[in-house]
Design a protein around this ligand. Structure first.
Ligand SMILES: [Ca+2]
Ligand SMILES: [Ca+2]
Length: 398
């Protein structure tokens, strides 16, 4: 039968249990809340004081009047055009102390996948040689045909004794010229496609992008330098040195730190190493910027870089000159039209092999972290018919 008392007793019992449960629940919740808050504080402390995350990305479209695989240009530049360069490069900077830090940069390019060693056949069963993957990463030949890659561009430890003496050890971008070491790369230089002296053109790679080694470096307002000893080319991703020779490099510059000529600089580069086949590669370089502000509403810049490269008996010469005008339309918006001549003679002893580009471009920037780039070039190689190439890019920093 139905027992009211029992039910009442049951209700009381339940109420009591609910009370106890609620108490424990609220107790646990508040403890969890406290722990959670403490953890959140810890995480935010680490993020704000020790760990910085920043980076950049680039997306582009490129179309050519005819042909494909142009010297120094990315694979997307072709007849019919292609969207490409879904490059995303986050940096993680961990400041261990005021003087010590670790910096890593991870670059994701195209459709990232872990690299495949060995051959992969291309579309229609053909080979992909010389087409999809052209960066040997320090090897003497392309062994990797995977489309897309993940690169660890930077992974180094740095200790600062003073402004003029830092020690850096690990994997780094070779200190060379005007743009190699720029951490926010694509948004920070005017051109959409980098000049020939920074790219692998045919069998010529004037400067390998990466190295693994040790640097001494320093910077004061008027002067900066880097000297380094590293593995050099001739090894997979430069992390295993296949020969006993070590690469040696010097990067020096003097600059104007303030005034109308602020940002003007003049520098010198030297780099030498040996490859897998024990062949020496030596590059002598010069780089300069003449920057004049207060010219109307903006400033004029003249960029110039030159590299003389020797591989065994072959001598090559590459240089470019770029004239730009940076016009600040408002506090946020800016326009930067430019004109550039970019050239490479891959063999100074041979005729009719010179590559020349006349480039007209404009950067449109709605705010400093975003740059829209438009570029048109007329490319002439030897006695071949000129090709016209148009590129459009979105570069962003975060
Ligand atoms: Ca070596
Ligand atoms: Ca020549």
């Amino acid at each position: 039968m139905f027992d009211k008392n029992k039910v009442k007793g049951g209700e009381k019992e339940m109420n009591k249990q609910i009370c106890i449960l609620s108490f424990f629940l609220s107790f646990f919740l508040s403890v969890a809340g406290l722990v959670g808050t403490a953890k959140a504080q810890e995480v935010s402390t680490i993020f704000s004081e020790k760990l910085n995350i920043y980076g950049y990305g680039l997306f582009d479209f490129c179309i050519a009047s005819e042909g494909e695989f142009f010297p120094g240009l990315p694979v997307e530049c072709r007849k019919g055009g292609s969207f490409a360069k879904a490059l995303f490069a986050p940096f993680l900077e961990f400041n261990i102390t005021k003087r010590a830090r670790v910096l890593t940069e991870i670059e994701f390019k195209y459709a990232p996948e872990f690299e495949i060693f060995g051959e992969v056949s291309g579309a229609n069963g053909g080979t992909t040689e010389g087409s999809l993957e052209t960066d040997t990463k320090g090897n003497d030949s392309v062994k990797i045909e995977g489309f897309g890659e993940i690169d660890l561009a930077y992974a180094f430890f740095e200790y600062e004794f003073t402004d003029i003496l830092k020690i850096r050890a690990g994997r780094y971008l070779n200190p060379f010229g005007l743009i190699h070491e720029r951490r926010d790369a694509a948004p920070s230089y005017p051109y959409l496609f980098r000049p020939l002296l920074y790219e692998k053109v045919g069998k010529i790679r004037i400067m390998p992008p990466y190295n693994v080694g040790i640097q001494l470096r320093g910077e004061i307002p008027y002067f900066g330098y880097v000297v380094h000893v590293a593995n050099g080319r001739g090894s997979v991703a430069n992390v295993i040195d296949a020969n006993p020779d070590k690469a040696v490099g010097v990067h020096l510059f003097g600059r104007v730190p303030s005034g109308v000529l602020e940002g003007s600089l003049l520098g010198f580069d030297f780099y030498t190493d040996k490859d897998f086949d024990n062949v020496r590669h030596t590059t002598l370089g010069g780089h300069s910027i003449l920057s004049i502000s207060e010219i109307g509403p903006g400033k004029i810049q003249l960029w110039g870089e030159v590299a003389h490269y020797t591989k065994d008996k072959q001598k090559a010469l590459s240089w470019y000159a770029l004239l730009s005008y940076l016009w600040h339309i408002s506090d946020d918006w800016s326009l930067l039209p430019y004109v550039m001549y970019d050239t490479l003679d891959p063999d100074l002893d041979k005729k009719d092999d010179t590559i020349g580009n006349i480039v007209f471009g404009v950067n449109v920037s709605p705010f400093s972290q975003l740059v829209l780039k438009l570029e048109f070039r007329n490319l002439v190689q030897g006695k071949e018919k000129a090709k016209q190439i148009f590129g459009f890019g979105i570069a962003y920093a975060f």
